[in-house]
Design a protein around this ligand. Structure first.
Ligand code: 5AD
Length: 346
């Protein structure tokens, strides 16, 4: 195990059977070796910088029915909301005034937000804040729409592929297409976005073999960002009562992703911090370098319930984040924080 971890650290790649071996063998007695290599790697590429993103959940309407997600269309027991363009612009201004230079606009796949209204929103945001980065996390759209969003000012796009196993994808995403999802990621890359992919940790049926495929898929895709997080079963979904995904396993996977993709931007996602009070700290120690505080306004609080007990951060409350990051040995960086990969190709 030690030899393989060292090889992975030195070469940033590894054969499938060796990754599987690591996933099978790594445990509490030896995981620190992995975490140390991952931390050393992130310090080499991004130094001690931890980037902050203001995450704004602007609509919880969704046409899809993902088996794990509380805002799935069939869940009639949550209150739906959607913020107006005016309100979204106001929230971003507030985030800007508090120092944020990346706005992540996230929503369910909401048919209300058609191309035109999103373009209007993006153009206004871009002209208000030309030096800020805009990240979309709004799901699947046709190639042409992605292209227009990009032209209107969107810089980055998060679209988790959720599961690289065709079988699991089909099982947990009724009426969605595995190949279309992956095609969307390719389209986004081709258009020029900084692209984020990622998967859920601990979906029932997910084996170490599938996780090996996840890691190799990410290595090949080489995205600018990777978002992963543990499954938190929502009581009003078909996966209610399933086992919660493991934070420890997520941390191991974060480290492996850092070693395979030294330059990727890797957030400690909200799900990790929801399950573990020290989630941010542990994630940073495992090679992550991004934190995405949820800054959604009061009217949406508690309603963007993809899982329960999801934390919110007051947009003005940077001091606690700062304290936690600094105690872990890192420094908040409030700049746009583009991916190194994209800066090199510019
Ligand atoms: N538990 C964990 N992650 C979830 N997501 C959605 N619902 C859940 C859940 N119950 C993740 C999906 C989605 C991202 C925004 O949140 O991976 O892409």
């Amino acid at each position: 195990l030690r030899d393989l971890l060292r090889q992975l650290y030195l070469e940033n790649q590894l054969a499938s059977k060796d990754i599987l071996y690591i996933l099978n063998k790594v445990d509490d007695s030896n995981k620190e070796i992995l975490f140390n290599y991952a931390e050393k790697t992130v310090l080499k590429t991004y130094q001690k910088k931890v980037y902050l993103r203001a995450l704004l959940e602007f609509s919880n309407y969704c046409r899809n029915n993902c088996y794990y997600c509380g805002i799935r269309n069939n869940n009639r027991e949550i209150k739906r909301y959607r913020l107006s363009v005016k309100k979204i612009i106001k929230c971003c201004l507030l985030a800007y005034q508090h120092g944020y230079r990346t706005f992540v606009l996230q929503s369910g796949e909401d048919d209300f937000f058609k191309e035109d209204i999103l373009i209007k929103l993006l153009q206004r945001l871009k002209s208000n804040h030309p030096e800020a980065a805009i990240t979309l996390s709004i799901g699947e759209y046709p190639y042409k729409s992605y292209q227009r969003f990009y032209q209107a000012g969107a810089d980055r796009f998060l679209l988790r592929h959720e599961s690289i196993s065709k079988e699991l994808y089909k099982k947990y995403h009724p009426d969605m297409s595995y190949s279309r999802r992956l095609q969307c990621l390719k389209n986004l890359k081709k258009i020029g976005y900084q692209v984020g992919a990622g998967f859920i940790v601990g979906l029932p049926g997910q084996t170490n073999k599938i996780l090996t495929e996840e890691l190799l898929f990410l290595k090949k895709l080489n995205p600018d960002m990777v978002g992963i997080g543990p499954l938190i079963p929502h009581p009003k979904t078909p996966l209610a009562g399933s086992q919660t995904g493991s934070v420890d396993k997520t941390l191991l996977l974060l480290s492996l992703i850092r070693l395979l993709l030294p330059e990727t931007l890797l957030p400690v996602t909200t799900a990790v911090n929801t399950l573990d009070k020290k989630g941010w700290e542990k994630g940073l120690k495992a090679g992550a370098n991004v934190i995405m505080p949820v800054i959604s306004p009061a009217i949406s609080r508690g309603k963007y319930e993809i899982y329960q007990n999801k934390g919110n951060t007051d947009v003005s409350n940077l001091s606690e984040i700062k304290k936690r990051v600094e105690r872990s040995g890192f420094k908040i960086d409030m700049s746009r924080g583009d991916s190194l990969k994209c800066l090199k190709t510019k």
